[in-house]
Design a protein around this ligand. Sequence first.
Ligand code: HEC
Length: 166
Amino acid sequence: MTVSRRSLASAAALAAALSALGAVEASAQTAKPAKSAAPPAKAAAPAKTASAPAPAAPIGDAAKGFQVFKGTCGVCHLARNDMSKNDAMTKIGPNLYGVVGRKAGTVPGFRYSVAMRTSGIVWQPDLLRRYAHEPAKTVPDIRMSFPGLPKQQDANDVVAYLMTLK
Ligand code: HEC
């Protein structure tokens, strides 16, 4: 008697467990459509924030720009006011002392690309800010193997620093 009662009880427990499993599976399945609907909503968010900072960026900070210059542009450029020793001022790129207001491609002794030499550009601050951020887009076909500073604010800071070198 007790045996049959126990087996009845365990059968009921098993049934309960099975139906609980079924419920879990069912809820997992109903949860799926909601999950797959989530990613597109997320993907839309970065595009908004990416376009936001550009117009708000204030004109740069020279002290910060000096640090950016030292750490990045300085790998290839010096910026020193001693043109008499200009050959010694040339690294991989031309000396950038006094570049603001200077005609592009005119540092004596540096072998520019044809694109830079014939660009007709005069380096005004707003153009330099673009160039430091996206060189290849600003002056196509140049030879500066540097993709630009990813942050427009860093580019603005570097140009604020370059503007002090005159
Ligand atoms: C990997 C080396 C490298 C790095 C890093 C680099 N440059 Fe240059 N840069 C060059 C070279 C090479 C040229 C000459 C390009 C040509 O002739 O086409 C150049 C040219 C320039 C010119 C034009 C100068 C002139 O006399 O017309 C400017 C302005 C300039 N770079 C700014 C910068 C700034 C600002 C940075 C940092 C944000 C930077 N560069 C980082 C290699 C570099």
